[in-house]
Design a binder for this molecule. Structure first.
Ligand code: HEM
Length: 140
């Protein structure tokens, strides 16, 4: 699926299942903040070592990336490795409470358009909260 990004350029969206397959030395992708990074060529150059990247291969590395407190230089380097974004629709049925720990970080991106999966109730509530104000000033 392609779409227009903020700067008008085409954005490539990858399904989680596609990303999960890219976990080999031949092709190593990671997700950070819904962006998909191809770090295959960077493995050996990574100052933190290739092992930490390999451990996150095919999955969501947002938390580990943030925990390290990477410098702004590191963030710039990462920006050059972006190949696309995580697809906004979750394509797998994952138990929201007992499944992968990283599931929750995908949830805010989920738009329910007849999708196979339903975000946890509290997220639905958040997006459905609407306030109506009646003309007599009483909050409905
Ligand atoms: C595209 C993604 C990444 C890029 C471009 C990147 C880049 C860098 C750079 C430039 C450094 C040197 C220190 C700094 O400038 O902050 C560094 C250190 C480090 N990185 Fe990454 N990194 C990436 C992803 C990750 C991930 C996903 C992890 C954890 C799983 C990780 C773990 C570390 C660790 C442990 C260090 C060493 C910190 C230290 O020695 O104090 N990095 N990384």
């Amino acid at each position: 699926m392609e779409d227009k990004g903020e700067n008008g350029q085409a954005v490539k969206y990858y399904r989680l299942s596609e990303i999960e397959e890219q976990n080999t030395f031949k092709s190593t992708w990671i997700i950070i903040n819904f962006n998909v990074y191809d770090v295959t060529k960077f493995l050996e150059e990574h100052p933190g070592g290739e092992e930490v990247l390999r451990e996150q291969a095919g999955g969501d590395a947002t938390e580990s990336f943030e925990d390290v407190g990477h410098s702004s230089d590191a963030k710039e380097m990462a920006a050059n490795m972006v190949i696309g974004e995580l697809h906004p629709l979750v394509d797998k049925l994952v138990d929201p409470l007992f499944g992968r720990g990283s599931y929750h970080s995908y949830v805010p991106h989920v738009h329910v358009r007849g999708a196979v999966t339903v975000p946890p109730v509290h997220h639905l509530c958040q997006s459905n909260v609407t306030k109506t104000y009646r003309q007599d000033g009483v909050h409905g």
